[in-house]
Ligand binder design. Structure first.
Ligand code: FAD
Length: 286
C-alpha cells in the first residue's frame, strides 16, 4: 500500500459527474467542480440518462460548467430520441462552443420493453462526423472486462474498433480493479490495429453495497479479496474509505507506471476520494 507520495509526469486527468436532481445537489456539484479544478483536469464530463431522461438536466449542467470557463464533455446516447432531436442537441452544443462529447449506445430505458431500436455507439459516432465534421473530439466507452452483452472478447474489440473507424478519437474504460485486465485488453486492441488512447476509468471506493450492486450489473469485477475486505468493514466507514483510497492509489500508480495515457475519475459528485488519490499520486495540480 502507498504511504508515501510519488510523483509522476502530469498525465491528462478528467472527472465525470452525474446531473443532480435537486437544487441542493446542483449547488454541491458546483462546489465539487471548483475544488477538483485545482487538479487542472483536461475536462469534466456529465452523464446522460437512458431514454433522454436527464437530457435537459445534462445540458443545463454542461452549459453552466462551460460558462464557468472549464472544458466540459456531455455524454450522449439516442435512448428513445429521434435523430432530429439528437442532431438538434448536438447543434446546440456546437453553438455554445462545446468541443467534446462522449458518444454511447446507452442502455434500454426501463418500461420501453424491446420495442426500441438501440443505436450502437459506432452509428452515433458516424452520425456526428457526418453532420459536424471534425468539430467534436469524440470519446467512446471501452470494457477491459468485456461488455456484459458482448458475444465474445474478440467481438467486443471489433466493435470498439468500429467506433474508432467511424471517427472516435479516444476511449474511456469501464472501471476495474485488476490492472492486468486493462493491460491485456489494451494489448489485444493494439493487435487489432487500435492505436488511439484508451484511458482507464477509475472508480473510488466509498460504499460497498452500492459498488457491489453496480458492479454486478455493469460487468465490472471486484476481486474476491477486495470484496471480503470491504464486507469486513461493516459500518466502519472511515476504515473502508482509507482502504479504498490506498487500493485505488496503488491501482492508478500501476496504471501510470505502465503507460496508461491518463486517468478518468468517476467522481460520484464527491471531491474527497479523488482529491486524496491524486494527492497520494503527487498529482495535486500545483
Ligand atoms: P456499444 O459500443 O454500442 O456496445 C454495446 C454492445 O453491443 C456491446 O456488447 C458491443 O459488443 C455490441 N455492439 C457494439 N456495436 C455493435 C454493432 N454495430 N452491432 C452489433 N453489436 C454491437 N450509460 C448511460 O446511460 N449514460 C451515460 O452517460 C453513460 N456514460 C458512460 C461512460 C463510460 C466511460 C462508460 C464506460 C459507460 C457509460 N455508460 C453510460 C454505460 C453505457 O451506456 C452502457 O455500458 C451501454 O450498455 C453500452 O454503451 P456503449 O456505448 O459502450 O455501446
Amino acid at each position: 500500500m502507498s504511504d508515501t507520495e510519488v510523483t509522476h509526469e502530469i498525465p491528462p486527468i478528467s472527472f465525470e459527474f452525474f446531473p443532480p436532481k435537486t437544487e441542493q445537489g446542483r449547488a454541491k456539484l458546483f462546489d465539487v467542480r471548483r475544488e477538483l479544478s485545482g487538479f487542472n483536469p483536461e475536462f469534466f464530463s456529465v452523464t446522460y440518462g437512458a431514454g433522454g431522461s436527464t437530457r435537459d438536466n445534462t445540458k443545463n449542467i454542461v452549459t453552466s460548467i462551460h460558462n464557468e470557463g472549464a472544458q466540459v464533455a456531455p455524454h450522449l446516447s439516442f435512448g428513445g430520441d429521434t435523430e432530429t432531436a439528437i442532431l438538434q442537441l448536438l447543434g446546440d452544443y456546437q453553438a455554445a462552443g462545446i468541443k467534446r462529447v462522449v458518444a454511447l449506445r446507452g442502455d434500454m430505458p426501463s418500461g420501453m420493453g424491446s420495442s426500441l431500436q438501440m443505436v450502437y455507439a459506432n452509428q452515433l459516432v458516424a452520425l456526428i462526423r457526418q453532420h459536424f465534421g471534425d468539430h467534436f473530439h469524440i470519446e467512446v466507452a471501452a470494457y477491459p472486462e468485456i461488455h456484459p452483452e458482448s458475444k465474445s472478447f474478440d467481438s467486443d474489440i471489433q466493435y470498439l474498433k468500429a467506433k474508432f473507424d467511424a471517427g472516435a478519437n479516444s476511449a474511456i474504460t469501464q472501471y476495474f480493479y485488476n490492472p492486468d485486465a486493462y493491460f491485456y485488453f489494451v494489448d489485444a486492441c493494439a493487435a487489432q490495429g487500435i492505436s488511439q488512447p484508451i484511458v482507464p476509468g477509475i472508480m473510488p471506493i466509498t460504499n460497498f453495497k452500492n459498488l457491489a450492486r453496480f458492479s454486478d450489473s455493469c460487468g465490472a469485477e471486484i476481486p474476491r479479496w477486495v470484496r471480503k475486505r470491504l464486507e469486513g468493514f461493516g459500518d466502519d466507514q472511515a476504515s473502508l474509505s482509507a482502504f479504498g483510497i490506498d487500493l485505488v492509489t496503488d491501482l492508478c500508480e500501476t496504471l501510470l507506471d505502465n503507460g496508461a495515457p491518463g486517468l478518468h475519475f468517476y467522481t460520484m459528485n464527491q471531491t474527497e476520494p479523488c482529491a486524496a488519490i491524486l494527492t497520494n499520486l503527487g498529482l495535486n495540480g500545483i
